[in-house]
Ligand binder design. Structure first.
Ligand SMILES: Cc1cc2nc3c(=O)[nH]c(=O)nc-3n(C[C@H](O)[C@H](O)[C@H](O)COP(=O)(O)OP(=O)(O)OC[C@H]3O[C@@H](n4cnc5c(N)ncnc54)[C@H](O)[C@@H]3O)c2cc1C
Length: 511
């Protein structure tokens, strides 16, 4: 590898890195993807316990029905006819519940259906639900690449960029329960009151309302097919290749040095991981301190504590929806948990499996957790199989106690669950920090804030001419957000109009 020079060296094989690799290899560039882990894919990674496959960071994907945005991007990426998908319940893909309220509120797929199902539950609110949906659609229509449009737009001109999600929803309806049902899936974007911009809420919920899908047997198939295609197109991919330092020739990066001492040369470099950690690889003087400070001062979204639950054979009938449960009548409060009331709400995602027996084999449960809760163990590192430092007994006890508390909370929402559990595995913010290479195990990267939208708007260009960024820290997180970010990043090299024209032509000819 060290003797080769590439057109583009991509650091990190998350959805963003692999999508960039695919696009640029298809455009004729000689690409190389460097991944620090054994398994490719970043948050697309899976693992299995007791023969059950668990996703680590992709629980469902939106926009995959024929003609929808991610379907078209996935066609271009050669994925649509390869990945195994299962559509969630059309009349209720997400079930939203509140402690003490027996009603299950449902988000349904398709805007007409979404309006119909919610209006049945809130009969006096139909006009307001329509108004809300119209606003979501209006905002989404504004973003050209979200809609595969070749148009370019100055985003700063959009008034809605400075709208707060919670405040906006409160203008739609005075019905407090409906407000919280509309915001009920906010763990999808780590939504916080008086912070999360309405455009983030809109871009995320729209994609799932359009259509919601699970990857059967896990999301890693996306990474598998993308990486195979990159290699077929002449690209190269190396795992166990941790980027550590850039070497410069005047103002441009000449090569990246790996933790094993090898150097990889390239004309362009694209980083798919943590922004601060990327800038740490740039020696002082090569980048303006003001830019470095700006990036280092960005806050990341909160992290999570996850339970991966293997269920006993034929113990729980299959269900085809996700659950968002809130412990108080305020969907925005979960993120403000205290150690005493944790978990203050949670989400539950059933795993979709090809071994369809009519029974659920695995559940993933997710609750917010601040990195600070595990800070005392931050000097340990654990990435199977090459770095397996023991974090110690106190950490194991912490995890065990949190898992027990969480299972008790789950039992309250899913009575009888405890008796159906065969085994349970847990992860903490440190797990995600180590596997993904972020600073703090963040769920979705840079936290967006409506009060200073430009500060949290990261462009793919950096102050180093041949260093670009991609991934969830840019426009939006999630499979769709990161795919769009890859197009934004590659547009810097290929040209946006040209790239979008080719993507649309490909979709038209192969659709
Ligand atoms: C718990 C959880 C649940 C989620 N649920 C969903 C969901 O249901 N649906 C959805 O659409 N999205 C979901 N997301 C978000 C989605 O998974 C991410 O936004 C997306 O996958 C991030 O992709 P990325 O390209 O930014 O790269 P990442 O997945 O962050 O990958 C970065 C890659 O860079 C590698 N790397 C880091 N440092 C180095 C280095 N120095 N050298 C080489 N390689 C390096 C990492 O190992 C990793 O492979 C979830 C995320 C989490 C954490």
């Amino acid at each position: 590898m060290e003797s080769k020079k590439y057109d583009v060296v991509i650091l990190g094989s998350g959805m963003g890195g692999l999508s960039c690799g695919y696009i640029l290899a298809k455009e004729g560039y000689k690409v190389c993807v460097l991944e620090k882990n054994r398994q490719l894919g970043g948050s697309l990674q899976i693992f299995s316990r007791d023969k059950v496959i668990f996703d680590t960071g992709i629980h469902y994907i939106g926009g995959l029905s024929e003609g929808q945005n991610l379907n078209n991007y996935f066609k271009y990426l050669g994925l649509m006819d390869k990945i195994k998908l299962k559509q969630l319940d059309v009349d209720g893909f997400d079930h939203i519940t509140f402690r003490g309220d027996p009603v299950v509120y449902k988000h349904a797929q398709g805007y007409d259906n979404f309006i119909r199902v919610l209006s049945e539950q809130f009969p006096d609110e139909k006009e307001n639900i329509i108004k809300y949906c119209d606003k979501i659609k209006e905002i989404c229509a504004f973003f050209p690449l979200y809609n595969l449009s070749e148009e370019t737009k100055e985003l700063v001109v959009a008034d809605f960029l400075s709208l707060d999600t919670k405040a906006y929803i409160e203008t739609v309806t005075t019905n407090v329960k409906l407000q919280n049902v509309l915001a009920g899936t906010n763990p999808l974007y780590a939504g916080a009151a008086d912070k999360t911009p309405l455009y983030v809420h809109a871009l995320v919920v729209n994609t799932y309302i359009e259509s919601s899908w699970k990857c059967i047997d896990g999301g890693s198939q996306i990474a598998k097919h993308l990486s195979e295609s990159i290699i077929k197109m002449g690209g190269e991919i190396f795992n166990y290749s941790e980027a550590q330092k850039f070497h410069f020739e005047e103002s441009n990066i000449k090569s990246v040095e790996l933790s094993n001492g090898k150097r990889v040369e390239g004309k362009y470099f694209i980083s798919n991981f943590d922004l601060s950690k990327t800038l740490d690889m740039v020696e002082p003087g090569k980048i303006r301190q003001a830019y470095r400070n700006r990036i280092n001062n960005l806050n990341n979204s909160i992290s999570s504590f996850m339970l991966f639950i293997v269920l006993k054979e034929n113990a729980m009938e299959s269900f085809n929806h996700n659950i968002y449960h809130h412990h108080v009548d305020n969907a925005w409060e979960g993120i403000n948990y205290t150690p005493e009331n944790w978990p203050h709400g949670f989400a539950v995602f059933p795993q979709a499996t090809s071994k369809n027996s009519g029974y659920t084999k695995g559940l993933i449960a997710m609750a917010y957790m601040h990195y600070d809760e595990v800070k005392e163990w931050e000097n340990t590192k654990h990435i199977i199989p090459n770095i397996e430092e023991d974090r110690g007994e106190a950490y194991d006890a912490f995890k065990k106690q949190k898992a027990e508390t969480f299972i008790n909370a789950l039992e309250e929402r899913i009575p009888g669950l405890k008796d159906k559990i065969k085994s349970v595995y847990a992860s903490t913010p440190l797990t995600y920090r180590d596997y993904i290479g972020s600073r703090d195990g963040t769920l979705y990267g840079v936290d967006k804030d409506y009060r200073d939208i430009l500060k949290t708007f990261i462009t793919p260009k950096t102050k180093v001419p041949n260093l670009f960024l991609t991934g969830q820290n840019l426009n939006l997180h999630g499979v769709l957000g990161v795919t769009v970010s890859a197009v934004v990043t590659c547009s810097e090299i290929v040209g946006q109009k040209e790239l979008m024209r080719k993507i649309n032509k490909f979709v038209e000819e192969n659709g």
